[in-house]
Design a protein around this ligand. Structure first.
Ligand code: PLP
Length: 279
């Protein structure tokens, strides 16, 4: 079977999958999600992704549909049905189906959707040359640490990026760099890797954690601290991290050239370590 969907415990072909129009995910964006990728058939950092999914649901008081062990079984089953070596696993848990009323329904069962599709990685050339970005005002709510499907501000930011013909939009709040619309942002200055600290204003990326650990193992100093927009523009290197982006150099932001205009040494070192870890 090719692309696979899973709805509430049942695997079906992706094109046949539907949910109710009364689902609160559809009505209110009352839902959380995760994106996990595989390398040669094995989900990467599955435990960390499932832990974040559980945490996101818990923060929104959405009940937990499956234990971690059950999730692992469903995911492995889905992967064997889909048969892809490089797959993108998307999971969404909504508060369920109920008459449209903002407050929680007295009774509802979470709707659980998972899709498994083939993952097409970024072109090698893009990794070698680096990508461009723009910055935009961070219009998001105060709980960006929850991976909720309420992504309107991200949608608008990505559209700005598309119109500006750049790869990613970087959210800036009160002059400080938060993260990308679908990535975490790291800047390198004088050999130190800097990135916004964890907290309610950013999503704590699974890739972010792994990359910071890789840096520490390489004896590259890491500082989790606020980065000003000026510091971003004048950084020696900037790179993005994310499940499908991995470690991706940024060479131009808002039309300003970053560093040498090519992915820098630390970016290349961390990208190479990432490739070793996952290859
Ligand atoms: N920040 C945002 C807003 C994201 O949407 C994502 C990924 O989708 C990330 C960061 C990177 O997170 P991860 O490394 O877990 O994919």
């Amino acid at each position: 079977m090719p692309d696979i969907a899973f709805i509430n415990g049942r695997f079906i072909p992706w094109q046949d999958a539907t949910v109710s129009i009364d689902d609160r995910g559809f009505q209110f964006g009352d839902a959380v999600y995760e994106v996990i990728r595989t390398y040669r058939g094995t989900p990467f950092q599955l435990g960390a992704h499932l832990a974040r999914l559980e945490r996101s649901a818990k923060e929104l008081l959405i009940s937990r549909p499956y234990s971690r062990a059950q999730w692992m079984q469903w995911i492995n089953h889905g992967l064997s049905l889909a048969g892809y070596q490089e797959a993108k696993i998307y999971i969404q848990i909504t508060r369920g189906v109920a008459p449209r009323e903002h407050s929680f329904p007295s009774e509802s069962r979470p709707t659980v959707v998972m899709t498994i599709k083939e993952l097409h990685g970024l072109p090698t050339e893009m990794r070698q040359t680096g990508v461009t970005a723009c910055t935009c005002e961070d219009l998001r709510w105060g709980r960006c640490d929850i991976k909720s499907v309420n992504l309107l501000a991200n949608v608008l930011a990505r559209e700005e990026a598309r119109k500006a013909r750049v790869f990613e939009a970087i959210f800036v709040r009160e002059g400080l760099v938060m993260e990308g619309a679908l990535s975490n942002v790291m800047a390198v200055q004088d050999g130190v890797v800097m990135t916004a600290p964890e907290g309610p204003r950013i999503l704590s990326g699974v890739t972010r954690t792994v990359v910071l650990d890789l840096a520490k193992k390489e004896d590259i100093p890491v500082e989790e601290r606020p980065i000003s927009l000026d510091a971003l523009y004048s950084a020696d290197e900037v790179f993005l991290t994310g499940t499908t982006l991995e470690v991706l150099g940024v060479v131009q932001i808002d039309g300003k050239i970053i560093g040498s205009g090519q992915p820098g040494l630390i970016t290349r070192t961390l990208a190479a370590r990432w490739a070793l870890l996952t290859g």
